[in-house]
Design a protein around this ligand. Structure first.
Ligand code: EPU
Length: 339
């Protein structure tokens, strides 16, 4: 049965551990309940749907209703002769639980995304990625409900228009218009270890199982990233910027004795790690009130004190953007959604 909680602290449903009031938080357990909630005009508006709240910063009190799915199911819907396996998961499933369950069954594809906070639904919107894999590479379809009409719409892979931490659901026109309800992933029963990122190869050796890949990814993440259960954060706060070759040459010239980390992602498109830029700009030790940067991964703003305000975080964000811009003429953009 759906459950409504009025005037509640957002702290309990987001990972930044920052306080703000939500007029209403509504949990639902079935799609019919979701549709009834959408039709209920007495609920405070606007409507905002959340997954695990791991990529959100509420900058002030929220006057509307935050919807949260408690539907937690996935099933294999097709196994094909070529080894491909179609798995349909409800949007409310915790992504890491899905990664674990499938790796245990030796179904390949999601193991490199192990340990990423958030739900399956958010993985579509955000096109989450890590260690050489992006969710969008594996998503063939997403089912959604339109907030205004409560009608069901199916989006194909092509319609979703995946890009780096981008999908159609992040565009001005589509933002907060649809609620993702289920996702179909095309995975594989044949081993497909992706070991060409970081030191994965040396950790897993040859012919790893899917669960060995998962464990290796988790151990790399644990060494670098703060544990969301202990330290408030929203994962990578900034996106890795993409610059031109000419701009990259200028940056390289500033560091003649160093190898500048980068990824060539297209014609005249080079992605630089924001963590490296923040480090080289000398802003790694910046703090603002209770907010600071994680010591081993400065791409992550942390609420290590537990008493950072959204104001502290935004101030720190602006100072970092300014600092990197002045040193490298590169503008960092936040990955974390500001509400
Ligand atoms: N670095 C520094 N100084 C530091 C720390 C790191 O210069 O203090 C350098 C490293 O040497 C390395 C780079 O910065 O060259 C960091 O690379 P890393 O592999 O840690 O990944 P990233 O580009 O910072 C992205 C994703 C992560 C994902 C990792 C692994 C984005 C915004 N972030 O981070 O995703 O886990 O790759 O694939 O694309 C997330 O989205 O929340 C997230 C954690």
């Amino acid at each position: 049965m759906s459950e409504l909680i009025y005037n509640s602290d957002i702290k309990r449903i987001t990972t930044f551990n920052v306080s703000a009031n939500a007029a209403c938080i509504a949990y639902y357990d079935t799609l019919d309940e979701l549709k009834l909630l959408l039709a209920d005009r007495s609920l405070p508006r606007p409507i905002k749907h959340l997954g695990e709240g791991s990529n959100m910063l509420f900058t002030k009190d929220f006057p509307g209703t935050i919807l949260i799915s408690r539907i937690d199911s996935h099933e294999i819907i097709d196994i094909r002769e070529d080894g491909s396996v179609l798995v349909k998961a409800s949007a409310g499933v915790i992504m890491d639980n899905l990664c674990r369950d499938l790796a245990l069954k030796n179904i390949w594809g999601l193991e490199n995304l192990s340990g990423i906070p958030g739900t399956v639904g958010a993985s579509v919107i955000q096109n989450v990625g890590a260690y050489g894999v992006e969710a969008g590479d594996l998503i063939v379809q997403a089912e959604a409900v339109e907030i205004d009409s409560a009608e069901t719409v199916t989006f194909s892979h092509e319609m979703i228009d995946f890009g780096y931490r981008h999908s159609i659901f992040k565009t001005e026109e589509m933002r907060d218009r649809f609620i993702i309800t289920a996702v179909v992933f095309k995975l594989s029963s044949k081993p497909k270890p992706r070991t060409n990122y970081a030191n994965l190869q040396s950790l897993v050796g040859n012919n790893p199982s899917a669960i060995e890949m998962r464990n290796a990814v988790i151990s790399i993440r644990d060494n670098k990233l703060p544990s969301p259960a202990i330290v408030g954060s929203a994962g990578s706060f900034f996106k890795n910027p993409i610059i031109s070759q000419q701009h990259f040459d200028k940056i390289k010239a500033l560091f003649p004795n160093e190898k500048v980390p980068h990824f060539i992602i297209g014609d005249d498109e080079i992605k630089l790690p924001a963590a490296w830029l923040i480090d080289k700009a000398g802003c790694k030790s910046m703090t603002q009130g209770g907010a600071s940067l994680w010591y081993s991964q400065p791409l992550v703003i942390v609420n290590i004190s537990g008493n950072a305000t959204s104001h502290d975080i935004i101030e720190l964000e602006h100072r970092i953007i300014k600092c990197v811009k002045s040193q490298f003429n590169i503008t960092l953009y936040p990955e974390v959604e500001h509400i």
